[in-house]
Design a protein around this ligand. Sequence first.
Ligand SMILES: Nc1ncnc2c1ncn2[C@@H]1O[C@H](COP(=O)(O)OP(=O)(O)OP(=O)(O)O)[C@@H](O)[C@H]1O
Ligand SMILES: [Mg+2]
Length: 419
Amino acid sequence: MRRWLTLLVAATTSLVLIALLVPLALLVRTVAVSGAVSEAESEAESVAVVVGAVDTETLRLTAEQAEHPVTVFLPGGEVIGDPAPRSAAVELASRGRSVTAAAPGGREILVAVQGAPGGTAVVRVFLDDGRLTRGVPQVWAGLAALGLALVGLGVLVGDRLARAVIRPITALAGVSHRLAAGDLSARTVPDGPPEVQAVGVALNHLAERITGLLAEERESAADLSHRLRTPLTGLRLEAESLADLEESARIEARVDALERAVTSVITEARRRGRERAECDAAAVTGARVAFWSVLAEDQSRHFTLDLVPGPLPVGVAADDLAACVDALLGNVFAHTPEGVSFSVRLEATGGGALLTVADAGPGFATPDPSQRGESGAGSTGLGLDIARRTAESAGGSLSLGASPEGGASVILFLPAVTP
Ligand SMILES: Nc1ncnc2c1ncn2[C@@H]1O[C@H](COP(=O)(O)OP(=O)(O)OP(=O)(O)O)[C@@H](O)[C@H]1O
Ligand SMILES: [Mg+2]
């Protein structure tokens, strides 16, 4: 846009200057020519005055002393002064008519002198092209320099104006990119022309609205989760009334776990957006693998855990990372037969952590099983998508592949906390 505006100013200034300077240059030339011609005419008149009044020798001296080349054609055919051809214009003048005519290399000014002894004499003053336009090239060069200087000035002013408009627009684009990347604290200071300022105000308003809507969404997620408490209470009462005390205690423990999960969903939903997401990936992964190890033992699954010594800080909240590890390990237990082994590895990479969950099961049946809502096992089809979203929201990624044993392998890259 800046180049476009500068070009526009340059084109407009050039057109205006051409429209003014070209006629001015032609006028300068015309004035110079007519000045030179009238000067030569006066000189011819002054010589004409003495023709017939002085002798031939005096006339020759007078002609030689003139500023321009002067020729006098006497009626008898005698030519005095600067040698010159007797052109058709001279013939015309010798019939009594003073004329100005073009001649090779310039112009001849012819004055008819009637009353000379023997007929009409003709005084010829020759003006070469250089004398005709004397001083004109210099004036033209001055005008061209002035034109160029004005175009340069116009371009400079245009560029300044363009920059004044483009700077706030670039700032606006930067703020919208930050908003798009999830930084809802990004705001712009309205600047520049009124229209651009209005866009800045609108963008800030939009950012406020998005922040408000997200807060409302989180609150309604918390409210919805809260509704689960009622059926849970009913379940607890049912469990307490069971005759088998051991079974009753086991179910109560599960209900407790479920209640803790619901509480954590509520607090997590309300916490989001207020706190900076960060956790120690080594601690969270270790804790979740320890949780799943009980079930692994039940199902005779052999597993290996390769944890980098912590702390390994990543830009994801602890609950979110725990949900990711649960989704990946939950998949191993849900989509591979009992007894199939698996491995969990957490390593530090430049700029973050790499979590790999691999198993020796049948592997992924479809090329992109992380499609949200698509399950190959009649479930909700959310697990891999939740893991992918969590990683991407922190600037990381999720990649799916095959493990060395031919089973499924999921690699989660979680970037370190950005300062
Ligand atoms: N370890 C694995 N081995 C084989 N297939 C898998 C494995 N993990 C996931 N899949 C396949 O990928 C699909 C999508 O997994 P995802 O976790 O997203 O959904 P889901 O497990 O079907 O449902 P949800 O996790 O919501 O209960 C699964 O249905 C399954 O077909
Ligand atoms: Mg799953």
